[in-house]
Design a binder for this molecule. Sequence first.
Ligand SMILES: Cc1cc2nc3c(=O)[nH]c(=O)nc-3n(C[C@H](O)[C@H](O)[C@H](O)COP(=O)(O)OP(=O)(O)OC[C@H]3O[C@@H](n4cnc5c(N)ncnc54)[C@H](O)[C@@H]3O)c2cc1C
Length: 324
Amino acid sequence: MRTMVIVGSGPAAFTAAIYASRAGLQPLLAASSVQAGGELMNTTEVENYPGFPDGILGPDLMARFQAQAERFGTEIVHDDVTELDLDTGVKRVQLSDGTVHECATVIVATGSAYRKLGLAEEERLSGHGLSWCATCDGFFFRDKTIAVVGGGDSAMEEAMFLTRFAERVYVVHRRERLRASHIMQQRAFQNPKITFVWNSQVTAVHGDDAVTGVRLRDTVTGEQRDLDLDGLFVAIGHDPRTHLVHGKLKLTTDGTIAVDGRSSRTSVDGVFAAGDVVDPHYRQAITAAGSGAAAALDAEAYLAALASPAPDGEASSIRPGQYT
Ligand SMILES: Cc1cc2nc3c(=O)[nH]c(=O)nc-3n(C[C@H](O)[C@H](O)[C@H](O)COP(=O)(O)OP(=O)(O)OC[C@H]3O[C@@H](n4cnc5c(N)ncnc54)[C@H](O)[C@@H]3O)c2cc1C
């Protein structure tokens, strides 16, 4: 039986693996067959990850995460987890090739998928003027003209944040009124740099090497027109990847995996969760990495308590800080 299986391969999973392998837990990390490396594989320059003053390409950063985890003995399998059996004390993790790994602890770090527009150009232009994260990429658009697609609170937040850099921010929304809360709408309406483009749907993104504009379709008249842009931010929501744990772990109303306070402990003993799959707010590489570290430490404390139970015999009575 294994001590730990980590599901995922983004900053949270690899950081959990670095901590767990340095603690001698010899984790197995299931990295996914097609999307190993997580969301940062879809971007170019990452300028806000500490330790890289000149920035680093997303895939290069993830290669470093992986190398560091492997250096301390993390075993990596490039396969998807298809089934988790979390009921019993011994957890069972099934891979798509049918292999089943029994283990004492599981860390779920499957991330969260940004919703896409569903256009063919999206993947090609991701990181080349097309982004899902204003906090990450706004800085690259100083004095530029950009558009945000969406009509909810997060679209308004992204648009307002982007006005710190951009000269003009269009908010493209397919209806004639926003879904955003009243207060967010008011703030966006009052911002002189924001222009609303109502009843409009993006049907194509123009640009060979970088975004140069979009094709818009009027959702009422069906008319098409082009809008010249330097960048496009898609803010139409995100879906925490919780399909493996539906009905097995408690979820929050945001759809993320519920954890106990600031810990990574889920509703099932021995199962921990980290990164964007637990985080509806921050969704950054550094916060995911920090949360992965916490998950490994929580799992380590759980295992230590299993090995030498407290007088009441309850492993779940462990609280953060006990591992120091
Ligand atoms: C285009 C883009 C640019 C970004 N730029 C920045 C930036 O500059 N700075 C920054 O801090 N943040 C940035 N972010 C956000 C950052 O990428 C995420 O916050 C971070 O990657 C979350 O890490 P995570 O480990 O929680 O999940 P993820 O990175 O999403 O990784 C989760 C992994 O788990 C895998 N997985 C899912 N299900 C399974 C399964 N069943 N079996 C095996 N594996 C599975 C997925 O395939 C994925 O590889 C960006 C995001 C995007 C989309």
